[in-house]
Design a protein around this ligand. Sequence first.
Ligand code: F1P
Length: 356
Amino acid sequence: MNPDSQPKNFTYQEIIRQQSGWEKALAQLEMNRPSILGALAPFRDRVWVFCGCGSSYYLAQTAGAAFEMITGIRTRVVPASEILMLPELVFNPRDSYLLISLSRSGTTTETVRATQKARNEFKLPVLAVSCNPASTLNRESEIHLSFPFEPERSVVMTGSFTTMLLSVIYTAYLLSPRPADGAALMPVPDASRKVMQASEAMLRELVSGPYHDFVFLGQGALLGIANEAALKMQEMAISVSQGYHSLEYRHGPMSTVTGGTLLTILSSSASAPYDAQLVRDMKKLGARVLLLTGASGNARPHGVDEQIEIPGDFGDMLIPLLYMPLLQMLAYYRAISQKIDPDNPKNLSQVVELDI
Ligand code: F1P
């Protein structure tokens, strides 16, 4: 879309600028590589517990799965509130832990309190991943993944989600058994820009159709992306939307599918053998199907209504980064098509602070 016709609201600007933010973050992470490795390598034998709230909890789901797949280090993913209420369920005395607290603001009460409980009561080390280096969370944590980040004015998280995810994936490569640097990540920003530009008009057209509910399906690290996509659709477009493990959807939730359902399948090399039948089954129920795939050259499964292919065969660990901006754009254009202002989502604030 040419600049003068670009929407002027800040949610749109923050969606399309995120790839530049990734490049700046990667440059800083590369500079900090020795200190990141030195600070985190001693915790390789621990269970890494990823926690957050809202989008940052779905970020934890995505980051935790990708981290374990890349490093082989055992992980656990919980909402920060679970640590507050049931810490012994999370920190079993049989194991030793590193807590990774994820938060755009670094001030969300549950996340800060969970971090304080882990450190003060369970004497655990904490790694803070936040877009706000001067935040309470960073002050309460001894290790931080820091990177330059232009603060978001939007209530909903877009580039903050993907940049924090990028920083965790970068760190995973440093800790992987086959020592790797972040080189695999370098082509990602440009590839994302290209697929966003190529897909924007189709996404805007598709999501303006007569839908009344949205479903997002993914496995592994893509479950967190499916859940985050569903949350974006709720937050920005005030729409009914759900995220599930792909094959879980048949076990009951598909009872709600109608001709007004837009169902997005987030494909990976792990799920690809099962996607074609899933598409067929959903088409029989009347759904419209959008397929996102990272495997170039694969034939489009029969029945897919729209498909976005990420060129470059980035693999299952990097396609969560490449899928997320597309799904943010989908939710953004749903809001616009319904004449809803995505800059001012209903009932929400940028940070949830509780009196607890
Ligand atoms: C977490 C969060 C966001 C949500 C809204 C309220 O923020 O729940 O995910 O979209 O902005 O706050 P944070 O802990 O990542 O700052």
